[in-house]
Design a protein around this ligand. Structure first.
Ligand SMILES: NC(=O)c1ccc[n+]([C@@H]2O[C@H](COP(=O)([O-])OP(=O)(O)OC[C@H]3O[C@@H](n4cnc5c(N)ncnc54)[C@H](O)[C@@H]3O)[C@@H](O)[C@H]2O)c1
Length: 422
């Protein structure tokens, strides 16, 4: 039997520690975690203990790890967006294959720098556009390719960011300010740009976009709102974004409390630890008094080759945390809601067929099962068990979706002027 692929995880935060590392336990035949790099001592020690890693395989930083002789087959690069380019190039030049978290980089030039490094080293690289690997989108792609709806003419895609997720990641958290990370349309919606491009199957030629930070700013702070939720805020009771409700009271079910438990706020996950983080850290700030600048709603129009059009909406103000997709073809249509996990396939003149995605898979973990499927396919490809699948997001294809997102942003900041994609 083939040996498992040796993996090093650089950046052991939410993705590295909680999404990728556990795969080595789920599929020990396919992945062996051999090294990690993480500056946060508590996280580093926790992962070392959990995965039985010797101290000489636990590094303070990606840079320290990459200064060592090669010790794994693949690097999973899970640091923050702006760190990717230098670390990815160094990993590729060291001879590692690379699983690169999205966004690959925050500019097209930096994406191309990584591509050049991959090409000169003949490396295998996947960018983590997880939606392609979900059964939900695999089935949509299958029905498009079957010809059941004729030729695709138009796509409608809705990304429901979810009110609490917006507050956590894009108002208080890591992706709140494009000067530190990147524009929302790249950080959050490069997945949507990628999935639309993949479903359409043709290159995008032109984009235009509108959107703004319409709500999460001082102008919309309710009367009596304090700078921090725990500092005697008078608007607390009526505010759904109150940090204490979101992170402590678990009033909205398990999803929000997941953050306090999983270490996004603090490694000290005791009640006192989470309260301390809310009193002093970024996640206790009033959502109307943060240093955020990324949009909370945005629309993008896209024109593809052969006159195919797509409309995309990203919206923070949604109760659900999901995506809806509609594909309109010359002989029929497909619509689906990821939250419901059902597809409605209409061939014109025939009754609508309901396809239950759950009949095709039982894995709806991480991104609708996309995370595990992506790792399986990539690691099998690295090990030589399979050729590159048409699902795999290579750097070349990922650069297309990054261009779509970045040029949509250019259009948005220029009042919606259409921008050609070359
Ligand atoms: N594919 C997806 O659907 C998806 C979802 C969420 C996030 N992401 C992307 O994944 C990446 C990581 O996101 P996250 O949510 O895990 O963020 P995170 O902040 O939780 O994790 C990043 C980790 O990198 C560590 N780090 C910082 N500098 C480092 C260095 N020099 N060397 C090694 N580690 C270093 C940090 O301490 C932190 O633990 C980002 O690029 C993000 O945009 C992708």
């Amino acid at each position: 039997m083939s040996e498992p692929v040796k993996v090093a995880i650089l950046g052991c935060g939410m993705r590295g520690q909680f999404m990728y590392a556990p795969f080595s336990k789920l599929r020990p035949d396919l992945m062996k975690l051999v090294a990690v790099a993480e500056p946060d001592q508590a996280k580093r020690e926790e992962i070392a203990q959990e995965y039985d890693l010797p101290s000489d395989k636990c590094f303070f930083s990606a840079e320290d790890f990459l200064a060592q002789p090669k010790m794994a087959d693949v690097v999973f690069l899970c640091t923050q967006d702006r760190q990717h380019v230098s670390q990815a190039v160094a990993a590729l030049d060291k001879g590692y294959h690379l699983m690169l978290e999205k966004p690959a980089a925050t500019t097209v030039e930096d994406c191309e720098t990584i591509l050049a490094a991959a090409n000169r080293n003949n490396s295998k690289v996947a960018v983590c556009h997880v939606l392609r690997y979900t059964m939900f989108y695999q089935l949509i792609k299958f029905y498009i390719q079957s010809g059941r709806i004729g030729d695709v003419m138009s796509v409608n895609q809705l990304e429901q960011v979810g009110w609490w997720h917006m507050a956590h990641s894009f108002v208080r958290g890591n992706w709140r300010n494009s000067d530190e990370s990147c524009p929302m349309i790249l950080a959050k919606s490069c997945h949507d740009m990628d999935i639309i491009r993949w479903l359409v199957g043709k290159p995008c030629k032109r984009v235009s976009s509108f959107g703004s930070l319409g709500h999460f700013n001082a102008e919309h702070a309710p009367y009596g709102a304090a700078e921090r939720c725990l500092d005697g805020c008078k608007a607390k009771d009526g505010c759904p974004y109150d940090a204490e409700k979101i992170y402590i009271f678990e009033r909205y079910g398990s999803v929000e409390s997941h953050y306090s438990r999983s270490g996004a706020l603090t490694e000290d996950r005791s009640l006192e630890g989470v309260y301390k983080a809310l009193r002093t850290g970024p996640y206790g700030r009033c959502v109307y008094h943060c240093d955020n600048n990324v949009v909370d709603h945005q629309v993008v129009n896209l024109e593809f080759e052969d006159n195919i059009t797509a409309a995309f909406t990203m919206c923070a103000f949604t109760g659900e945390f999901s995506r809806k997709t509609e594909i309109y073809g010359t002989r029929g249509s497909i619509r689906g809601d990821m939250a419901e996990n059902k597809l409605y396939l209409t061939t014109f003149g025939q009754p609508t067929e309901v396809i239950d995605v759950a009949e095709y898979t039982t894995d709806f973990s991480g991104h609708g099962g996309g995370d595990n499927k992506m790792m399986t396919e990539f690691l099998e490809y690295v090990r030589g068990d399979r050729p590159m699948s048409n699902t795999l997001t290579t750097l070349e294809t990922s650069i297309e979706s990054h261009k779509m997102a970045l040029l949509a942003e250019e259009s948005r900041v220029h009042g919606g002027q259409p921008v050609d994609i070359h």
